[in-house]
Design a protein around this ligand. Structure first.
Ligand SMILES: N[C@@H](CCC(=O)N[C@@H](CS)C(=O)NCC(=O)O)C(=O)O
Length: 207
């Protein structure tokens, strides 16, 4: 059996999506919280040794370190045959993972960061909000037509694109404006093994 250790942070949706995929696939793993308020050079030695980009998440599988959340999700899907789609769906899954990295996995986390954790110029906030709204509109249009982003079942595309939306209110946006997205989140929350990020990502660690 492969020994897995996930390095993550409780406020990081990128970390959450990897841990959620592990939970949904019922894969045993160790989880290590990394304090991102520490300068990179002061983070624990074991984390610095495996984090090629200095970021969470990092998944270490039998001593081999993997970075970048969507690449890790693809490895998990390939390795455990869960949330992986079939046939031609896999190309759509890869497309959604690339879209997520540049769109909703950029706009919503940054908007949330500047609403909740730091201050930003109004122009930057307005730009991020416009981008987040456009991304939610893209999801709304897709999910009005279908239940899942790719194929007939949940996949890593759904896990990835939804990761930050559980905190949408912290970004100052109301999910009620995107009802098909809200219904999709409810379908994801009904998957066996699902947990909200605030429950799954080390609730014992102080803010
Ligand atoms: N593209 C990366 C993004 C990872 C990322 O932005 N990680 C953030 C937390 S959500 C981080 O580690 N920030 C701390 C730092 O950069 O020092 C992925 O998908 O894994």
């Amino acid at each position: 059996m492969t020994t897995l250790t996930l390095y993550g942070n409780r406020f990081s949706g990128h970390s959450y999506k990897v841990r959620l995929a592990l939970m949904l696939a019922d894969v045993s793993h160790d989880y290590v919280h990394v304090d991102l308020t520490l300068p990179r050079a002061e983070r624990p030695e074991d984390f610095r040794a495996v984090s090629r980009f200095g970021e969470v998440p990092v998944l270490v599988a039998d001593g081999t370190a993997m970075c970048q959340s969507n690449a890790i999700l693809q490895w998990l899907a390939d390795s455990y045959g869960h949330l992986d789609g079939i046939g031609g769906e896999r190309q759509h899954i890869r497309e959604w993972l690339s879209w997520e990295a540049n769109r909703i996995g950029f706009s919503v986390p940054n908007l949330r960061f500047y609403q909740r954790f730091a201050k930003a110029e109004p122009a930057l906030l307005a730009w991020l909000e416009g981008r987040a709204r456009a991304d939610l509109d893209t999801l709304q249009a897709t999910l009005t037509e279908r239940q899942w982003l790719a194929g007939d079942n949940a996949s890593i595309a759904d896990v990835s694109a939804s990761a930050y939306l559980w905190w949408l209110a912290e970004a100052g946006l109301d999910i009620a404006q995107w009802p098909a997205v809200a219904s999709w989140l409810a379908r994801i929350a009904a998957l066996p093994g699902w947990q909200h990020p605030d429950e799954l990502m080390s609730p014992d660690i102080p803010d």
